[in-house]
Structures are given as structure tokens and as C-alpha cells.
Design a protein around this ligand. Structure first.
Ligand code: A2P
Length: 278
């Protein structure tokens, strides 16, 4: 990937809720990630999302500009002093067609009101945590696998990531390598970091493991691969983040196994959120 070197710069507040881009990495022609300064007042729980964006084009009649905002999962953990985001590039997407061109030193708008269901508080205590993602749906889990509480609360954390092509797995694969090699996390978590299991699959390009995660669950192939028991509502907890189709299909599998959907107000065995698209 192509990454611009980061330089620390103080944000100049020319936009409302402006934050400054500190680095941008282009992973493929469809995917990029970027980091921005974090507002000193922003508190969030790993797994939550915020609204971010840019000023839109001037209204031809009035010349006035309105902010163009979309929901983005925060991909960095709650303890990080910067914020990271992982995005698709949609060539005719109102926001991402512009956002894909941001560079280090540019400003984006960030509304500091984090929300979301992919948080530890929305799950009852359990032993094994499944993080099911496709495409940019890995973003909230990029936050959660860097969050010490994840390792304190569970005996095993299984991150699955399914993409069409091998290159689209790069962000997640590098992230997992970074987590495993991170001195600070290692010092804090010790061997607990080894609880993280990474299960990447592709659907359209040959790779070591191919197939939709839904098919691998239904056939039991993933349990055989991981030498792990089948889903058990007493022990298993799950978070799901992907396309609407993926979310619907995984929900069906989890419900069939006896897991119930939770929320911040009523924790249960699994939670779901739609990945940012378009
Ligand atoms: P597939 O290639 O079979 O459609 P996308 O890039 O379209 O967001 O898809 C990301 C990944 O999610 C692809 O590997 C895609 O597989 C997979 N996927 C899409 N819909 C579903 C679904 N309903 N169940 C499982 N996997 C899905």
C-alpha cells in the first residue's frame, strides 16, 4: 500500500468540527484508510461509529455549502490518540468520490457523537467472541481487536474477514500482524493476545481459504478448520458487520443456533451493524 508519511500538525479550525488528516493509505483502487487528529473531548467505546465528511459543493442558486456526512466506524481503539477510518472508494459516491482524494494536512469534518451496537456492553458475558466481517465491515473490529477489554472478557476471539479478492484482505492482515507484534499491547496483555484467531477468506480469487463465511458456517468447515466446537448460545457471542445480505444471512445462522440479538439497553448473545457503503 501507498502511505503518506505522517507529520503532526495542529488543526486550524476553518470548518465546524474540523480535524486534520495525519496519514492516508491506499490499499487497492477500491479501498483506503486514513488517520485524523482526535478531538480532546471525544470519548467513545471501541466498536462505535461517528459521522464524518467534507463540505459539499456550493448550491448553484445560493452559493451556500452544506456538510456531506456519512457514518463511519472508528477503526482505532478508544485509547489511541488519533482516529482511524477504513473506507471504500465509490467513483460516483457523493462523499467517497471526494474523500478518496484527501491528503495529509487536509481537514475533514467529524461530529463528535459516537454511537453504535458493536460494543462489549451490548453482549452478555461469554467465552468465545466471533467477529464476522466482509469488506470495510472489518473497521469496528480493527478497533475491538486493539482493545484490552476484548482479551480480558473472552478466552478466544475469532475474527473472520471475507472479501472478493486477496488484495482486499491486506488491511486486515497487516492489522492483525501489527496487533500481534505491538509492544504496548503485548506488555499490557501478555499471552492473552494469542487468543486472537484470524480467519480470512476470499470468494472470487483463489486463496488459501475460499468461500462465503455463511457457507463455511453452514457446512461446518470453519469449525473443522479451527478445531473448534459448534456455536453454543451459552458460550458464544458474536458481532457482525457487513453488507445487508451478509448481516441477514449470519443473523439467521446465529438465531438457528439459539443466539439472540442484543442491544445497549438489553445485552444478549449477538449484535449486528451495517458496514458503511457508498
Ligand atoms: P461474493 O463474492 O460471493 O458476493 P462486496 O465487495 O460486494 O461488499 O462483498 C464482500 C464480500 O462479502 C464478498 O466476498 C461477497 O461474496 C461477500 N458476501 C456478499 N453478500 C454475502 C452474503 N449474503 N453472505 C455471505 N457473504 C456475502
Amino acid at each position: 500500500p501507498v502511505t503518506q508519511a505522517a507529520k503532526t500538525q495542529a488543526p486550524s479550525k476553518t470548518l465546524p468540527d474540523a480535524q486534520t488528516v495525519t496519514s492516508v493509505t491506499h490499499w487497492t483502487d477500491r479501498l483506503f484508510s486514513f488517520r485524523v487528529t482526535r478531538p480532546a473531548s471525544l470519548r467513545f467505546r471501541s466498536g462505535e461509529f461517528v459521522m464524518i465528511g467534507l463540505m459539499g459543493d456550493p448550491d448553484p442558486a445560493t452559493g451556500r455549502q452544506k456538510p456531506l456526512l456519512r457514518a463511519y466506524s472508528i477503526a482505532s481503539p478508544a485509547w489511541d490518540d488519533e482516529l482511524e477510518f477504513y473506507s471504500i472508494k465509490v467513483q460516483d459516491g457523493p462523499l467517497t468520490s471526494k474523500l478518496q482524494h484527501i491528503q495529509q494536512g487536509d481537514q475533514i469534518i467529524l461530529r463528535p457523537k459516537p454511537v453504535g451496537t458493536l460494543v462489549h456492553d451490548a453482549l452478555l458475558p461469554g467465552n468465545r467472541l466471533w467477529l464476522f466481517s466482509t469488506g470495510t465491515g472489518i473497521a469496528p473490529f480493527a478497533s475491538l481487536i486493539r482493545e484490552p477489554q476484548t482479551y480480558e472478557d473472552y478466552d478466544q476471539i475469532i475474527l473472520t474477514h471475507t472479501c472478493r479478492d486477496v488484495k482486499e484482505l491486506d488491511y486486515g492482515r497487516e492489522l492483525v500482524e501489527k496487533v500481534r507484534g505491538d509492544d504496548l499491547l503485548r506488555e499490557l496483555m501478555g499471552d492473552a493476545l494469542d487468543k486472537l484467531v484470524y480467519y480470512p477468506t476470499t470468494t472470487r480469487e483463489p486463496s488459501a481459504k475460499m468461500g462465503r463465511i455463511t457457507d463455511l458456517l453452514r457446512s461446518g468447515e470453519i469449525f473443522a478448520d479451527l478445531d473448534a466446537p459448534p456455536l453454543d448460545p451459552k458460550l458464544d457471542r458474536a458481532m457482525v458487520c457487513g453488507s445487508i445480505g451478509l448481516n441477514t444471512d449470519i443473523k439467521e445462522i446465529l438465531e438457528a443456533a439459539g443466539l439472540r440479538e442484543g442491544a445497549n439497553s438489553a445485552p444478549a448473545e449477538y449484535v449486528v451493524e451495517k458496514a458503511f457503503v457508498g
